[in-house]
Design a protein. Structure first.
Length: 401
């Protein structure tokens, strides 16, 4: 029987791990490896069969990608709204550098992909795959360096990744929407109007929003627009302020903060890992090194590794050269190269877009190999640069979420 002291130490260690910034990224890395190992083990047949088994009207994989990931997008929407209204992106001066870097970090990777796939009209549909940044992975890697990376650089990466997520949401809504059911779309718009009405009436109880949010998901799903976007729509209607006369809401009082806090750990340690396990598994049976030379695989890997680096670093260098922005405080150009490389870790959102872009399982495997190759290379090189150019910095009381 274990002693109370040992049990207390284990609980304390577990709590510290769950509270650490790097933990979500570490869990996701482990799950991705587990998915790949499972897909190439004696359990591969059971793994793929389970994912395609139907539960009601949808397969298990579709329930994960369409329903469970709607909660992930709800959290993304909450983070975007909070940062825009009450956080690091609340003023235009704060948005300039990460906003421009995010735009450059989406445009250049897309151009890399198109360069390798322009001659294939079917493959061009995947242009948005290397434009995404996985915030959990990227922050997980940068947090491993502790005070050797200035807090301002972590905030810059967080703001950039959030704006990158916003761009990904817009891209999905515009470019990856199937035939639209007008009746269902109009009904979804009516529910969204009701949610907006609740916000305007200063309703701060969360359950009416969540109840209408479930109905909104069903209608968006039926409309042909990807159902996960219902999570973002719902998030934008959740009130930030707790009472009409309150100029600013504290986390304890704000409905938005409460919901974001409630969702943070389940999304980081349950929903995203489940998505990763369900979608990262790629079988290497019959796969040769030639697959790395396939245009889709090469376009994604090159876009994530080189496109993100050139897009983010080039945009920042241009703004600094033109005196339109300054480098993050206490950060060096070497560290910025490391952060630009970390932006090439595109795991979660890149996989999500890849599954929307292509339905052929063989092409999806090429997509996954490209994402894994580019993300691992970008993450490893980013860590090397941060390690080489990292230096102890004076602790600054800045909170990064």
């Amino acid at each position: 029987m274990s002693s109370p002291v040992l049990k207390g130490r284990i609980q304390s260690t577990l709590r510290q791990f769950l509270d650490a910034e790097a933990s979500g990224g570490i869990v996701l890395m482990a799950v991705a490896v587990l998915a790949i190992v499972t897909a190439n083990s004696a359990f591969a047949e059971e793994y793929f069969h389970l994912l395609h088994a139907y539960i009601g009207p949808l397969s298990l994989r579709h329930w994960i990608n369409d329903a469970l990931m709607a909660v992930f997008f709800l959290l993304v929407g909450l983070e975007i709204k909070r940062e825009m209204l009450d956080g690091q992106l609340s003023t235009w001066s704060r948005r300039v550098l990460p906003g421009a870097a995010a735009a450059g970090g989406m445009a250049v990777p897309a151009l890399f992909f198109l360069y390798f796939n322009w001659s294939d009209p079917a493959a061009v549909r995947g242009w948005a795959i290397p434009t995404a940044t996985d915030i959990a992975f990227a922050l997980g890697v940068i947090s491993l360096f502790g005070s050797r990376v200035p807090a301002s650089l972590k905030i810059f990466l967080t703001a950039l990744a959030i704006l990158d997520d916003l761009g990904a949401v817009v891209v999905i809504a515009i470019f990856y929407t199937a035939d639209v059911n007008i009746m269902a779309l109009c009904a979804a718009a009516a529910i969204l109007a009701a949610l907006y009405g609740l916000n305007r009436m200063r309703v701060t109880t969360l359950w009416p929003y969540l109840a209408l949010g479930v109905l909104l998901w069903f209608l968006v799903f039926a409309s042909g627009i990807h159902a996960t976007l219902a999570g973002v729509m719902l998030a934008l209607t959740i009130p930030l302020k707790a009472t009409p006369g309150m100029p600013e809401a504290t986390p304890a009082q704000s409905p938005l903060h409460k919901l974001e806090h409630t969702l943070h750990k389940p999304v980081a340690f349950l929903i995203v890992p489940i998505f990763g396990f369900a979608n990262a598994g790629v079988s290497f049976t019959g796969v040769t090194m030639d697959v790395l030379g396939e245009p889709i695989t090469l376009g994604i890997a090159a876009g994530l590794l080189f496109g993100k680096l050139i897009g983010v670093l080039g945009t920042v260098a241009l703004l600094v050269k033109l005196d339109l922005a300054d480098l993050p405080a206490q950060a060096s150009w070497g560290q910025l190269i490391g952060v630009a490389l970390l932006c090439g870790i595109g795991f979660t959102m890149s996989l999500f877009i890849g599954l929307l872009a292509f339905s052929d399982p063989i092409v999806q495997d090429h997509v996954k190999i490209g994402i894994l190759t580019g993300s691992v290379a970008a993450g490893a090189l980013g860590a090397i640069f941060l390690g080489l150019f990292g230096r102890r910095t004076k602790r600054v009381d800045l909170h990064v979420q």
